[in-house]
Design a protein around this ligand. Structure first.
Ligand SMILES: *Cc1c(COP(=O)(O)O)cnc(C)c1O
Length: 376
């Protein structure tokens, strides 16, 4: 029981860079295709720059993000790999992106013409990809617009200010049967592009498709979740390493009598109890509904369940008759192989997916890096 006496933050997520590196290598072996490491949403909440660097050191050769701002952040950190940004919005810093050699994914003819015009004005060659819609109905160029968009792309390339790098799509679904039709649609788009004289690479798969269906691997796989240790198929795991450990500590203890009330919800205690305060709440990423199913684990292996409503900054746990002191470290999310609550346990208990837990970690949660296989 080593009291945590020097913690600078209410709670800390330790990000294992070696786990991310090992996961990247493992996925490279599984897929046999070049890897674009997807580090959108600040690297799934763990720090885009550190996740990108760890993935590159594990063999990823490109980076992918949603927004241009995210791409510029990576470039500013001296990551020199190709970076693709696929979510354009009004007011996006397109000119700055072109100057920083960020690849832009476009979805319509007018965007292609606009990027060609901007690139010529800036005197830089724009590298673009075309996202095609293949059945998810989220983002991408619909089949009816392929012809005009690809003609524009061909014209832009002929101007010398644009290079068309790729044609790609995103897949939904969870079994190979779901991917067949989208892959055929993508193939038609790529064929049409080639008939017009373009030479695009083709990509479709994110972590799940890349893992379960070799047909989706094509020229490149775009991996995010798997690199940060989220198993694409839990029932048939790749053997990825958990990449985070979330720890906090006990800050206060209260002996309460039968009938005492806990938290905003005035949860009534039915027998005398010792309660402990943990300085994390829903603003930090512990959802209100985490009580009472989830809790924390002491270093001695005792599970302390959350009790009462989780507040914005506070969670209360029931410590039974355990002897603990303020300052004692507790694990919120750790390694299930060590009997600790894992990210997947949280996702299950909260009826969501691991990604939502990670991206829900608040700004007050310190992120620190560890290079050991698993942070102690
Ligand atoms: C998030 C995302 C990915 C990565 O998906 P994972 O399931 O996290 O591997 C790939 N491509 C696009 C377009 C995405 O938005």
């Amino acid at each position: 029981m080593t009291p945590l006496t020097t913690s600078a933050s209410p709670s800390t997520v330790t990000v294992s860079l070696s786990a991310i590196r090992a996961n990247t290598r493992m996925m490279r072996e599984v897929c046999g295709t070049p890897i674009m490491a997807v580090v959108k949403a600040d690297g799934f909440g763990l720090g885009a720059i550190r996740v990108a660097r760890a993935a590159v050191s594990g063999g990823a050769t490109e980076l992918g993000v949603a927004t241009i701002d995210e791409a510029l952040t990576l470039r500013a950190a001296s990551l020199e790999e190709p970076i693709l940004a696929w979510m354009l919005h009004d007011g996006a810093r397109v000119g700055e992106a072109l100057d920083a050699k960020i690849r832009l994914s476009l979805t319509r003819r007018a965007q292609v013409a606009e990027v060609a015009r901007l690139a010529a004005g800036l005197g830089v060659v724009a590298e673009i990809e075309l996202e095609v819609e293949t059945g998810m109905h989220r983002s991408g160029c619909s089949e009816a617009d392929w012809d005009a968009t690809l003609d524009e792309a061909r014209r832009a390339e002929a101007s010398g200010w644009v290079r068309v790098i790729g044609v790609w799509t995103h897949l939904s679904g969870c079994s190979p049967a779901h991917f067949t039709e989208p892959l055929e649609t993508l193939g038609r788009a790529a064929d049409l592009a080639r008939r017009k004289g373009l030479r695009p690479r083709v990509h479709a798969a994110a972590s799940l498709a890349a893992t379960i269906d070799p047909r989706t691997r094509l020229d490149l796989v775009r991996l995010g979740a798997s690199l940060v240790g989220i198993e694409p198929v839990r029932a048939d795991p790749v053997g990825l390493h958990p990449a985070i450990r979330w720890e906090s500590h006990i800050t206060q203890l209260h002996d309460v009598r039968e009938g005492a009330l806990v938290g905003y919800g005035r949860h009534r205690i039915d027998s005398p109890r010792r309660l402990a305060l943990i300085p994390v709440g829903y603003a930090d990423g512990v959802p209100r509904r985490a009580s009472p199913t989830l809790g924390v684990l002491t270093r001695t292996g005792h599970k302390l369940p959350f009790i009462g409503t989780i507040s914005m900054d506070h969670a209360v746990v029931d410590i039974g008759d355990l002897e603990v002191s303020p300052g004692e470290a507790v694990v919120l999310i750790g390694d299930p192989l060590r009997g600790e609550p894992g990210l997947a346990d949280w996702a299950d208990a909260l009826d969501t997916i691991e990604q939502e837990i990670l991206t829900g970690l608040g700004d007050r949660v310190a992120r620190v890096e560890s290079t050991s296989a698993w942070p102690a």
